[in-house]
Unconditional design. Structure first.
Length: 166
């Protein structure tokens, strides 16, 4: 084999190795947009206030909004060559209201407001509530918990008495 053929063969092998290495490096560094993944939970709401209306019965909950409940700018992609494009986003999509009557907490509502009126309660039962902030990515803040709320004595369930001799 001539010296020219050896040089050509060595050069061709080097190019094949270089293209294979560049191809594998490209495959390793390709990723999704940084704006596409939300793994952070919102900050928990604060200042939970619970009022009881024994006449209905109902429990009115109100709280201070999560510090994460604010509009901010988020990039829509990774092209920042011309200042990029941004959209307004809010890190809180809803507030989840959880209720327990002594057992496990059960989700009773997801609201966008900072108040909830729970009319699906019964007199004579003690309830505890939790409120969390949730974002559109399914992340949920730690719970803000109320003290136990007692809805008074149970309604009198006595049956009418039958007069004697009837």
């Amino acid at each position: 084999m001539s010296r020219g053929n050896k040089a050509f063969t060595a050069g061709a092998i080097a190019l094949v190795i270089a293209f294979a290495w560049v191809g594998s490096a490209t495959a390793l560094t390709t990723s999704n947009s940084a704006a596409a993944t939300d793994e952070r939970a919102p900050v928990a709401p604060t200042e939970l206030v619970v009022d009881v209306d024994l006449g209905v019965p109902a429990v009115l909950l109100s709280w201070a909004a999560s510090p994460s409940d604010a509009v901010r700018q988020a990039p829509t992609g990774m092209d920042f060559t011309s200042n990029g494009t941004f959209v307004n986003v809010n890190d809180v999509a809803a507030y989840n209201v959880w209720r327990s009557d002594g057992g496990d907490f059960v989700l009773v509502a997801s609201v966008q407001d900072v108040a909830y009126n729970d009319e699906l309660v019964e007199a004579g039962v003690t309830y505890t509530y939790q409120v969390t902030a949730a974002d559109a990515g399914g992340n949920e803040s730690p719970a803000l918990e109320s003290a136990p709320v007692n809805l008074g004595p149970p309604p009198s369930g006595g049956s009418p008495t039958t007069p004697p001799g009837a």
